[in-house]
Ligand binder design. Structure first.
Ligand SMILES: [Zn+2]
Length: 281
């Protein structure tokens, strides 16, 4: 276990407990609203846990592919629309089975991934013949200004030090390069449901070390050197369980409609968000 005494984003030290499970507590910073897990598993324990995080059965992998397909497709459209002229070099951090990398390669991108789970990395190498690093980004010491686009799907909430990672992402992006983040936004639902939310465990305790909001995400990216930060709702997942699928389609669809009807101002709380930001040219 590792203790922490202040908020990583604003250095505040006043918190309110908003979720508990076993020995774990999720604390909301009363100054900036960032939600952090307390106490925390050490990075070594987390790394060990992730070795068993991805399913290995072909049937489960297929379900995972079907669930993420609409998100990957719409995210790919969004990235293509923002980087019209050339299809450059793309790195997907936490690439899982590589379905998104394969989609982008088909669209003309030169792709590479990072996946710390051996099962995932091996799958990507064997099935897609795509280069995958198996160490975390921080230990790769890549040269600066390498990539045009870096993507992170449901990764940032799992990191012990998301600020350090985003600074490193900024360093290895080319000037004018784009970082793309897809992240869960669970706290509004947990606050609405109150004690009922315990059974849902939307934070996947203790896997999510943080829960962000559009404003904490913006603050974090700005402090790591990014500009033109834009958060939006883009597509929804398609889980294999019927109830989860309906909830995802209804809330994801509703979020998308409200976002566009409000001329890109209203972000339905509680559903996954997508954030794009630029490294200044
Ligand atoms: Zn704070």
């Amino acid at each position: 276990m590792k203790e922490f005494d202040h908020c990583i984003l604003c250095n505040g030290f006043n918190f309110r407990i908003i979720h508990r499970k076993d020995q774990w507590q999720y604390l909301r910073c009363l100054n900036c609203n960032l939600v952090s897990l307390h106490p925390r598993p050490t990075p070594q324990v987390l790394m060990k846990n992730y070795q068993g995080y991805l399913p290995v059965q072909p049937e489960e992998i297929r379900k995972w592919e079907m669930m993420m397909k609409p998100v990957f497709h719409k995210s790919a459209d969004l990235i293509d629309s923002r980087t019209m002229t050339d299809r450059g070099r793309l790195l997907d951090i936490g690439c899982g089975y590589g379905f998104f990398l394969q989609e982008m390669r088909c669209r003309g991108w030169k792709v590479e991934g990072i996946e710390v789970s051996e099962v995932g990395g091996q799958f990507v190498r064997e099935k897609w013949d795509i280069h995958v690093y198996s160490q975390p980004l921080e230990s790769l010491s890549l040269t600066e200004n390498l990539f045009d686009v870096i993507t992170l799907f449901y990764v940032i909430e799992h990191l012990d030090d998301p600020l350090a990672l985003l600074r490193e992402v900024n360093r290895i992006l080319k000037p004018g390069g784009v970082v793309f983040l897809r992240w869960p936004h669970s706290t509004p639902i947990i606050r609405i449901l109150g004690p009922l939310s315990r059974t849902l465990d939307l934070y996947h305790t203790p896997y999510h070390l943080y829960d962000f909001s559009p404003s904490t995400m913006e603050k974090m990216l700005k402090s790591c050197g990014f500009k033109e930060i834009e958060t939006m709702t883009v597509g929804n997942t398609r889980p294999s369980k019927r109830f989860n699928r309906w909830a995802s389609v209804i809330f994801g669809g509703l979020g998308g409609i409200m976002y566009y009807l409000s001329r890109r101002h209203f972000l339905l709380p509680g559903i996954s968000k997508t954030t794009l930001a630029l490294k200044p040219a």
